[in-house]
Structure formats: structure tokens, C-alpha cells
Write a new protein. Structure first.
Length: 223
């Protein structure tokens, strides 16, 4: 995606249900009913172990270009393939020719990748935590965006200690400090650069007594 300036995103209506089951796998989806009948799925249902991975194979490519004419041609080819294979888009959720698009909890654009502002807002407004369940929910969302927070694993250590089975629940000043540090880190999250396959990569590593981290980096063109 490096150097791209134009983006489009298409949303499939009821995505899973637009993918046909492999004929040899149809029998594996059979379920019995109180009327002693067997029902089998001809389309891919939700809940199967491989359903998300199978669907993701259809959406591994982003439409991105540096030229409007080329971008339109890419869209025409894609829409032609969708028509051929009877795949239907949800027009209300489609984005065409934008300078940036939301994808997988992030905003991708010509300047790089940043966290979705709505997810950052939810974290920044999260009330003080009072039990393990609430802590798990908070860390579940925060950890999804951890790549934007430097030394994330080290910062949340007081919180992750509370998730251990033998740990006694005690929300200390250190826990509050870690909680606030995560909020602040995401509020001030940097824009991450998009990898340029034509430039060399560098791996930077660091470790302490309780955390380890690394970053994949590239030198920019600014001297």
C-alpha cells in the first residue's frame, strides 16, 4: 500500500451466506430437527471453525492506487467478477475513491495507518475498573490496538498480574497508573508508516526482566 493515495472498500451483504459450501463438505453441516428431518447447509453458515478463514481469503486485497484512471479500472474488473460470481455488495457500507478507509479497527490512508478514533474514544472514556471481567474486556480492546503504544506489555504489567488465577483483586495506585497510561498512549497514538517493499527493513528489539518487544522499521527519506 506504500505510496497509494486512492482507496476503495466494498462490503458484501451477509458475507458468509454468499459463499457456497464445497459439495463434499455439505453433509458435515447436517443437523437433526424434532421432526426427525436432517437439514444441510448449501451456503457457508456462521459458527463453523473454518468459516472466518475461508471468508478472509475473499477479502485479502485492498483496492488502492495512485492514479484515478487506474483505480476506476480496478473497480470495474472487481465489480465484473462480483457480477459473474453473483456476489452482492452492501452499497451503504461501500466506500469509493476515498483518501482513507476504515479497515479492521484502523484507518488506512496515504499518510499511514492510525487507530479507529471511535475505538480510541471508547478506551479513553472507559470508567475505573472494579473486577476481573471488566479488566478482561478493557484489555481485550486495548491489546488489539497495542501496536500504537510504545512498551505496551511493560505498561500493562500491573493489570495483567490481576488476571492470574491466584491473584487477589486489589486495584492499587500502580494499577490506576497503568490504566491511565494505556489511555494516554492510545490518545496520543502515532500514525504508523506503511511498509515499502522497495526499501530495506530494520528490526529493533528490546527486553527487560518482564517484557520483550520489537519493531519492524524503515528509514524515511527525510535526512
Amino acid at each position: 500500500m506504500a505510496n497509494s493515495t486512492i482507496y476503495s472498500a466494498l462490503d458484501l451483504r451477509d458475507g458468509f451466506y454468499q459463499i457456497l459450501m464445497c459439495e463434499s463438505d455439505i453433509a458435515l453441516t447436517a443437523v437433526s430437527t424434532p421432526s426427525d428431518m436432517l437439514w444441510e447447509w448449501l451456503i457457508m453458515p456462521q459458527g463453523l471453525k473454518n468459516t472466518p478463514a475461508t471468508f478472509n481469503r475473499c477479502v485479502t486485497h485492498l483496492l488502492r492506487s495512485t492514479d484515478v484512471k487506474v483505480h476506476k479500472e480496478h473497480l470495474r474488473k472487481l465489480l465484473g467478477l462480483m457480477r459473474k460470481h453473483k456476489l452482492y455488495a452492501n452499497l451503504k457500507k461501500c466506500i469509493f475513491g476515498a483518501s482513507e478507509i476504515p479497515i479492521l479497527g484502523c484507518i488506512v490512508g496515504k499518510n499511514g495507518v492510525r487507530p479507529d478514533p471511535e475505538k480510541v474514544r471508547v478506551i479513553s472514556e472507559w470508567p475505573t475498573i472494579s473486577n476481573v471481567k471488566e479488566l478482561s474486556q478493557f484489555l481485550g480492546l486495548a491489546t488489539y490496538l497495542c501496536k500504537y503504544v510504545e512498551n505496551y506489555a511493560g505498561k500493562i504489567r500491573p493489570l495483567s498480574q490481576l488476571l492470574k488465577k491466584e491473584a487477589e483483586w486489589k486495584w492499587t495506585a500502580e494499577c490506576q497508573q497503568a490504566f491511565d497510561a494505556v489511555k494516554q498512549g492510545l490518545t496520543e497514538a502515532p500514525i504508523l508508516a506503511v511498509a515499502d517493499q522497495d526499501r530495506p527493513f530494520h528490526v529493533v528489539c528490546d527486553a527487560s526482566d518482564f517484557a520483550v518487544g520489537c519493531a519492524l522499521m524503515q528509514h524515511d527519506h527525510v535526512s
